[in-house]
Design a protein around this ligand. Structure first.
Ligand code: BTN
Length: 330
């Protein structure tokens, strides 16, 4: 075996931790200059190696590459017919999915390892670093099933929350914060942005793109300071036991979504499931309005159409059908 390959093996066996040049040199009975030459050759071959003064070298390991063939096969086995498209990096999977509408009438899912311009609600950005999250957009394209897509966004939240619980079997279950944020241990681990298009001639929606961003692993550079108090990720510590986990969550989300949309019985179970998972009951919330005219209220439940039922400070009751709320700190 060439020295360069032995260096690669050593870095791999050190599971993403730094190894000093001296340690590698001692282990392989070569000079540090030789180690550096090997590292350069490994980088030229496309390996991602961090070289940091006083620390040494570290191979960037991706604990979980998205396995697109696995996803295609699992969907086929579940009789779900849709185009499956994968990119290592895109601006926004929602934008890519929306652009597909002109070229296909099929349903599709666009999956990315990272996004450079992930879109959040209200024009915000969705932090989408490579390799740590699952970024996917499901395009439901003009099908019969789109005749009845009321509450799609709440149903998508049920599909995602259930998929995460079933795939990860974590210590705690995920919760849903009205209307479709998913929380785990009081941190937001998933956001959903649905974009729909209606033709006035049609009896319903023409197509809808459901964009889902799940923070699975800890991002390499941590969350940016603006969101670090709110955002969290699902898996901490030893990641090796979670083989293909992003791919498995992706498949489970799509399966749940299709079941909830097409199977009336399963769809009817969504509302009680959503109520059970809803994390705001009893909380005092701030109702954030676009014009800054914020109101405060206490959450008293979830209505039959997934509205947020509230009691305002003056004792009157009301319901919210859209918008954004946050837990009030007073
Ligand atoms: C939010 O919480 O404000 C919604 C975030 C939605 C993010 C997902 S990531 C995949 C898809 N592509 C996007 O550009 N946005 C959605």
């Amino acid at each position: 075996m060439k020295t360069k390959d032995k260096v690669l093996e050593l870095l791999k066996s050190n599971s993403g931790e730094f190894l000093s040049g001296q340690n590698i040199a001692d282990e392989l009975h070569v000079t540090r200059a030789c180690v550096w030459k090997c590292i350069k050759a490994l980088i030229d071959e496309g390996n991602e190696v961090d070289a940091v003064t006083n620390k040494g070298y570290r191979l960037k390991v991706s604990p979980d590459d998205i396995d697109i063939e696995f996803i295609k096969k699992e969907l086929l086995d579940s009789n779900i017919s849709m185009d499956v498209v994968y990119y290592d990096e895109v601006t926004s999977t929602n934008d890519v999915a929306l652009s597909y509408v002109n070229s296909t009438e099929q349903n599709a899912v666009v999956i990315a390892n990272g996004q450079t311009n992930g879109k959040g609600r209200r024009g915000r950005n969705f932090y989408s670093p490579k390799a740590s999250g699952l970024y996917m957009s499901v395009l439901l394209n003009r099908g019969e099933r789109l005749k009845n897509t009321a509450n799609i966004t709440a149903i998508a939240a049920c599909a995602v929350s259930k998929a995460i619980d079933d795939c990860l079997k974590l210590e705690d279950k995920t919760r849903i914060k009205w209307v479709n944020d998913i929380f785990y241990k009081n941190k937001k681990v998933c956001g959903i942005l649905s974009e729909a298009h209606t033709l006035l001639e049609d009896d319903g929606l023409s197509y809808v793109v459901i964009g889902i961003g799940v923070n699975v692993f800890n991002p390499e550079n941590e969350f940016p300071k603006e969101i670090k108090d709110i955002a969290g990720n699902l898996i901490h510590g030893d990641v090796t036991q979670y083989e293909k986990i992003r791919s498995k969550i992706c498949v489970a989300i799509i399966r749940n979504l299709f079941e909830f949309i097409t199977d009336d019985e399963k769809r009817n179970k969504c509302l009680p499931y959503y109520r059970e998972k809803s994390m705001l009951d009893g909380s005092y919330i701030k109702i954030n309005s676009f014009n800054g005219d914020n109101k405060y209220a206490k959450v008293i439940g979830i209505g039959d159409e997934y509205q947020l039922l509230v009691e305002y400070e003056n004792g009157t009751e009301g319901e919210l059908t859209s918008g954004e709320v946050s837990v009030a700190k007073y």
